[in-house]
Structures are given as structure tokens and as C-alpha cells.
Write a protein that binds this ligand. Sequence first.
Ligand code: FPP
Length: 249
Amino acid sequence: MLFFDRKKIKGKEAERERKLPQHIGIIMDGNGRWAKKRGLPRTAGHSVGASTFKNIAKYCNKIGLKYLTVYAFSTENWKRPQEEVDAIMDLFRQYLKDSISSLDNDNIKIRFIGDISALADDLQKLIKEAEEDTADATGLTLNIAINYGGRQEIVAAAKKLCEDISKGILDPSDISEEEISKRIYTAGQPDPDLIIRPSGEKRISNFMLWQSAYTEFWYSDVLWPDFSPRHLEMAIDDYNKRIRRFGGI
Ligand code: FPP
């Protein structure tokens, strides 16, 4: 089922009251275990995981979510067997080619976060092209984290701060949370309200460390290839029950 009709289940009253987060982060985990359970190579799990990603991004766009950040490849994932890394890179390649060639990209703005300079040249070109092609889209902003690490992001922001200080753009006494936020990959975007991690793991795994200071978390045992709009709706419903205090009372 591509689109989940929550109205049929919840009724109009609940629909009216529902708060949609502005920004959701997803750690897409469990592809390998999904494949293993079926006696398939891990790469088959990534391939189905890529379809789940496209389905969920479309769904988020349809329900009016403003920002979605997905963790697709971490700075640590290079340690995996070369064959698996190559297969994941091929999935990125295919997704980018499809996005660029498709005339109707559902008005989704595609952005990449992470150290893109370490990727193959053709992939970097495709990324640039997809970002340029969708720059004026007004629907969902989709951040795809590739060769991304939360600590690496903070280090990169610290380097930019130092550069700006040495150029005289910034005085050390002006370093503040705002100045750091302006130099992280998601600068200008709201912090994630909700981070979702399927597959039963309850770790942050170096994802959006700076941005997640007050983020709500939602975990599920479902493996990423089996994740559906229904699970996303469960996470949003649960988010609606949370009382966010941001350190206050
Ligand atoms: C983690 O599951 C998943 C990854 C490291 C790769 C995620 C990539 C995709 C879902 C494809 C995304 C495609 C596009 C186009 C963005 P795991 O392999 O660690 O699973 P395991 O913990 O069960 O082994």
C-alpha cells in the first residue's frame, strides 16, 4: 500500500488535531537482516530498502512534511565489503539518474549532506545535477546523508568557523550556537522534531548529533525494507503524545 488513509482509521477529529512534525530524520536500518532472513545476499536487502526509501519520501511529501533527512551511508559504512559498498553506490546512482530524467519529481527538493567529495566523480556530478534540477521545488526538502557522520559535520563546522575568524568575518567572542548552526549541513532548516530508527536498535549511530539535542525518538522492531507509511503514521501518532519541554517545565 503506497498511501495510508489515516482518516479511515482515525476519523476527522483526530486528523484535525494532529501535529505534523516539521522535520523527521530516519535511520534506515535492517536491510542486511531482512535479506539474511530470506536467504538472500545483503545487497538484495539494500535494493528493497531503496524502494522503501522512495515510497516513504513520496508519502512524506504527500502528507505535507517539510523536511525529511535519511541516513543512507555513514562515514563508518566504508568498512563493509567492497561488493556491498559498490551495490549501495549503484542504488544511489540509479536513484539520481531516475530523479534527473523524470519530468515530474513530485516537487521534492533533493539535497545531499555529508562529505560528498569522497564519492566517485560521476556520482558527485549526478548529485550536483539532481540538486540543481530540484533547487526550486517547494514540496518536501529531502536531505540524503551520504558519507555522513554527526561528529564529522561538527568538525567541518568548526573548520569553517576558524576560516571565517582568520578572514576577519567573525570574532571569536561571537561564537555561539547560532553561528555553529549556520555552518552545519542543514543550516537554515529546523532541527528534526522526530527521529525514527527501525530494526530494533536503540542507538543514534552518529546521526544528526548537533541537531538532535531536543529531538523525540521512535523505535520499532520492523526492518527497513518492511517499513511502510503505516509505521510512519504510528511514529507521528506517538510523537503527538509527547510533551516537549525543551528543558523547561
Ligand atoms: C543499514 O542497514 C543500511 C545501510 C547502511 C544502507 C542504506 C541504504 C539504503 C536503504 C538504500 C538507499 C538508497 C537511496 C537511493 C538513498 P544494514 O545493512 O546495517 O542492516 P543490518 O543492520 O540488518 O545489517
